[in-house]
Structure formats: structure tokens, C-alpha cells
Design a protein around this ligand. Structure first.
Ligand SMILES: *Cc1c(COP(=O)(O)O)cnc(C)c1O
Length: 304
């Protein structure tokens, strides 16, 4: 069974926080499971339960070559006794990167498709073709966001978080943000930090909230100015920040999601966005598996 470890919330202490009169705690979802880590644990949980209840023996999903979702799905499938198929964007390389070689070692069948075909991943006719090819499967969309994923991410916040004034999270497809939005209290504000370039994310989130009938009790807001050039892009200021943050707290952050969120939170703190007395809870949504491949590809030495 897919069982969570006990997860802890850790308060961090730094001169800047002291000076501004602000508290900052981090919910370490990166430790919720050794293999199915971060928000992916919550997003997969009810999907796997549903797949099992409905009698499926295979799971199929999509992802890029460094995808946390592919990594987590491969592990969760193996643990729960499913076969798994990963449709991967891009060409197969002679040696698989650490993410894909892990997925393969967990028994995931990797199928590489062109970027052009990959764009059709949500089209019915494309899914039908995949069924002809691979037989019956339970489909998990790219990034894992669907209604059952949101049901899972609603469980990230708990009773112990009632006194928190601001919750910060990374935003990719928004499934995590949507679940958090449903569970915040009226005295709380949810801040999402988009890892993708563009203001499309605002309408996408609104759509996701409407579709899932989520009317948050508290305020919510998405920042679209901490993407560092777009999904998968980084740069020295971000990488230096991640290194600095680790040196101060011993907490590793990934350059795709959590690093951008934390950079954004610190930028907002420095610019007095938060009132004195605020207590921020940053959701560490995991993603640490991707750091090894990132370092390998870019010759960086981000801590992991
Ligand atoms: C997948 C992922 C996200 C994005 O989650 P969404 O629900 O798609 O917004 C954020 N952080 C990490 C570490 C992830 O792996």
C-alpha cells in the first residue's frame, strides 16, 4: 500500500525574518514518501485507489524526460502492483537520464514520442490510438491533475496549520493550488508561484477552480513573475539563491518548482508584502529527484 511517512513542518530562523517580524515554516512534503514524493503522493493517491477499484491492471501517463510525475507514477505503480506505461516527450537517448532510468527500473515501459505528437496528448483520437497499441489502461493526464488529484491535494493542509496567515506553493498545472484553495480558511491567503512563463496561468487556474466547484474561503493569488524565463529555465540568481538557502537551512530546493517559489517568497518578504506578525507556510512539494539530472545536464552542483 501507498502509505505516507509522518511529515513535519519546520520553522526556519534567519535575520531577515527576525528583522521583518515574520515567521516562515516549511511543510516538508518532500519527505512524505521515499519514492512517491512531494505533491505527487497526494495527486496519485486517489487515482490509484480508483484504478484498483475499477479493476485496471495498467496505468498510462505522460511526461517530459526529467518529470517528477513520471518518476512518482513509476514507483507508485510498482508498489501498488500495476503495470505502467510512460509516454515520454522527446527522443530516446542511448543512456537514460537518472529520472528515466529509475522509472525503467521500477518496471515502467517507456515510449518516446515526438514533440508534435506529444501535443495531442489530451485528444480523444490520440488516446484511442494508444489503447489500440497498449490495450486497456487507466489514464492519468500529464502532471497528474484531475478531480481525484485535487481530492488528494485537499489533504495537504491540516488542523495544525490553522494559525498560518499565508500559504505559498509552486504552480505547474495548478492541481496542487486548487486543492489548497479548497482547504484554506477565511483568515488565510494562498499564494501560488508559477514556474511557467505567461499570464495564461490566471485563466487556467480560474477554469480549474470553476470546473471543480472550488470557492476558496480565503484570498488567493498567483504570481507569474518568478518563472526565470519559463518552465525548466533557471539562471545564476535562482541557482545562487538555492545554494544560499541550503547553506542557511540545510533544506534542498529544486530549480524547476520549489526554488522559484522560495525565491518569490523571499522577494516578497524583502519588499514588505507581508505584514509584521504574518506566519507563512511554504509547501515543499518535492522534486528533489530531478536535481541529479539537472546537475548532470548543466554542470551545476545544486545540493540534494
Ligand atoms: C509537479 C510539481 C509541481 C506542480 O504541481 P501542479 O499540481 O501541477 O501545479 C510543483 N512542485 C513540484 C516539486 C512538482 O513536482
Amino acid at each position: 500500500m501507498l502509505l505516507p511517512n509522518h511529515i513535519s513542518t519546520q520553522e526556519i530562523h534567519l535575520p531577515l525574518l527576525e528583522e521583518k517580524g515574520i515567521r516562515l515554516s516549511i511543510k516538508r512534503l518532500d519527505r512524505v514518501h521515499d519514492l512517491v514524493s512531494g505533491n505527487k503522493f497526494y495527486k496519485l493517491k486517489y487515482n490509484l485507489e480508483e484504478a484498483k477499484k475499477s479493476g485496471f491492471s495498467s496505468l498510462l501517463t505522460f511526461g517530459g524526460t526529467f518529470s517528477n510525475h513520471i518518476y512518482a507514477t513509476a514507483a507508485a505503480a510498482r508498489i501498488e502492483g500495476f503495470k505502467s506505461i510512460g509516454i515520454i516527450r522527446g527522443e530516446e537517448t542511448i543512456t537514460l537520464n537518472p529520472t528515466l532510468s529509475f522509472a525503467k527500473s521500477e518496471g515502467m515501459r517507456l515510449v518516446f514520442i515526438s514533440r508534435e505528437d506529444y501535443r495531442k496528448k489530451a485528444e480523444d483520437s490520440f488516446i484511442e490510438k494508444l489503447k489500440e497499441k497498449f490495450g486497456v489502461f487507466y489514464l492519468i493526464p500529464e502532471g497528474g491533475t484531475n478531480e481525484l488529484a485535487i481530492k488528494g491535494t485537499k489533504e495537504i493542509l491540516g488542523k495544525e496549520d490553522k494559525e498560518i496567515t499565508h500559504i505559498g506553493c509552486s504552480v505547474g498545472t495548478g492541481g496542487t493550488f486548487a486543492g489548497l484553495a479548497e482547504s484554506i480558511h477565511s483568515n488565510q491567503q494562498l499564494l501560488g508561484f508559477s514556474s511557467l512563463k505567461g499570464d495564461f496561468i490566471h485563466s487556467e487556474i480560474n477554469h480549474l477552480l470553476e470546473e471543480n466547484k472550488i470557492r476558496p474561503n480565503g484570498k488567493y493569488r498567483i504570481f507569474d513573475n518568478y518563472h526565470f524565463g519559463g518552465y525548466g529555465k533557471s539562471g545564476t540568481p535562482l541557482l545562487d539563491f538555492i545554494g544560499w538557502f541550503h547553506s542557511q537551512t540545510r533544506i534542498p530546493l529544486d530549480p524547476i518548482y520549489t526554488g522559484k517559489m522560495m525565491f518569490g517568497i523571499f522577494d516578497l518578504i524583502k519588499n514588505d508584502f507581508f505584514e509584521k506578525g504574518s506566519h507563512i507556510l511554504a509547501i515543499h512539494s518535492g522534486g528533489l529527484q530531478g536535481i541529479a539530472g539537472f546537475n548532470q545536464r548543466l554542470g551545476t552542483s545544486l545540493p540534494l
